[in-house]
Design a protein around this ligand. Structure first.
Ligand SMILES: CC(C)(COP(=O)(O)OP(=O)(O)OC[C@H]1O[C@@H](n2cnc3c(N)ncnc32)[C@H](O)[C@@H]1OP(=O)(O)O)[C@@H](O)C(=O)NCCC(=O)NCCS
Length: 145
């Protein structure tokens, strides 16, 4: 059977309403992150975005990478979790980083998501810190060969 979802790398300009719908559902409504922290002003000028669509065209996942290699805002709608969609999002951003010769990438991981980032070989760096009321830790993945 063909893949139940498709993933593309896009600009904010080309996907704003769909990207926003996933982040509003996951970060603002589910996790209670204040909108003024979620919309940090970096999406438009500084990021490459990953957008995941279901076969029916519903936006079900997203993520972004800043030009300095900082990956973040990885989100999958609850009913779609556990099907490797989050993995596909991170892999697509890592492919982009490798293609564009980024030496390394980072993530400020929510502590609950550390095992998820371990699966790509990210390693923790430094101490835990609080961001938007949730415990986080910086993780790094070296891409240099
Ligand atoms: C984190 C998130 C994006 C993962 O998406 P997903 O599509 O369910 O992830 P995958 O199906 O690709 O999971 C890959 C692996 O990571 C593990 N994993 C995923 N989320 C996890 C979590 N929160 N805690 C522990 N392990 C997790 C899965 O069990 C899976 O392991 P397996 O291969 O041994 O089965 C999703 O749970 C989510 O949107 N969470 C809320 C937002 C969030 O916390 N984002 C991360 C901010 S740093």
């Amino acid at each position: 059977m063909s893949n139940p979802f498709s993933i593309s790398l896009i600009s904010w300009h080309d996907g704003e309403p769909l990207l926003k719908s996933v982040r509003e559902a996951v970060f603002i409504r589910e996790q209670g992150i204040p909108p003024e922290l979620e919309w940090d002003g970096l999406d438009e000028a500084h990021c490459r975005h990953a957008l995941v669509l279901s076969r029916q065209g519903e936006a079900i996942g997203c993520g972004r990478m800043l030009s300095d290699g900082h990956i973040g805002r990885i989100a999958v709608l609850p009913k779609w979790r556990g099907q490797k969609i989050g993995t596909a999002i991170v892999e697509s951003l890592l492919d982009y980083a490798r293609t564009h010769d980024y030496p390394q990438v980072f993530v400020d991981a929510q502590v609950d998501a550390v095992p998820f980032y371990h699966s790509f070989d990210f390693v923790e760096e430094g101490k835990m810190f609080m961001d938007a009321g949730l415990p986080h830790i910086k993780m790094r993945l070296s891409l240099s060969r």
